[in-house]
Design a protein around this ligand. Structure first.
Ligand SMILES: *[C@@H]1O[C@H](CO)[C@@H](O)[C@H](O)[C@H]1NC(C)=O
Ligand SMILES: *[C@@H]1O[C@H](CO)[C@@H](O)[C@H](O)[C@H]1NC(C)=O
Length: 218
């Protein structure tokens, strides 16, 4: 190998080494550790089940579109460790999102995962916002892909006249989802109005209106 090749190899090893520090989920220490969701053990992830089968690695829940007749006109169907127990410790998961025409998956973040979406049908306006408040947005259609970096606020809107759907990949077994509007206006107990009136520079009436609209349906 020429000296420059060694430099390249060392550079690649450094990159892999550094990547291992920014990866979302910890690395695995055994072939499989199928989640025992019923275990009372408190740990990072889930305890391993002893009697496992092929079904622990299987899920058919993304095969069909979900109903989208809800407030936002969009439904996320998760395929995380909670549905596929075999994903425990593997650092990946998926989801499917269906959108009615005009439907939105409102601004939210995944604290533990980068997300990559593949458009199955329809067309979506998507975007994410960096910590410097720069928006990166695009219209994506069937067969196209867009990426939302870990932790950044992002959204998808079906601006088309037909239903849309995407398949999603995450580099975490349980990415977690925090919806910005719901976190601030529909938490339990609720964030006091003064925090929101000062934050959004509006009156109590506006805050109360948003709170009532987003309140969890009883
Ligand atoms: C393991 O699970 C299967 C069904 O999933 C069951 O038939 C079998 O008895 C179980 N074995 C043990 C040792 O618990
Ligand atoms: C959505 O549609 C389904 C089937 O058409 C119906 O059973 C359900 O009640 C509807 N949900 C809402 C929130 O309207």
């Amino acid at each position: 190998m020429a000296t420059s090749d060694y430099g390249l190899v060392i550079g690649m090893m450094m990159a892999i080494f550094l990547a291992s520090f920014v990866s979302a989920d910890p690395d695995l220490l055994q072939d499989v550790c199928v989640a025992d969701l019923a275990s009372g053990a408190k740990m990072n992830g889930f305890a391993c089940k002893s009697n496992i089968s092929s079904d622990d690695f299987f899920f058919a829940g993304l095969a069909k579109p979900a109903l989208t007749n809800n407030t936002f006109g969009a439904t996320v169907t998760s395929a995380s460790v909670q549905q596929i127990n075999g994903l425990n410790t593997l650092g990946v998961s998926m989801a499917r999102i269906d959108y009615a025409p005009g439907g939105i998956n409102p601004p939210h973040t995944h604290p533990r995962a980068t997300e990559i979406v593949f458009v199955l049908e329809g067309e979506l306006d998507v975007g994410f916002i960096t910590t410097e408040n720069k928006l990166f947005s695009k219209t994506i259609k069937v067969g196209e892909i867009f990426t939302f970096p870990r932790g950044l606020i992002h959204y998808q809107l079906n601006s088309g006249k037909v239903p849309a759907a995407v398949i999603v990949g995450f580099n975490s077994q349980l990415p977690g989802t925090q919806r910005v509007a719901n976190a601030l206006f529909a938490s339990s107990p609720t964030v006091e109005d003064v925090v929101l009136t000062k934050t959004f520079q509006v009156g109590t009436k506006e805050v109360e209106k948003i709170k009532s609209r987003l309140a969890p349906k009883k």
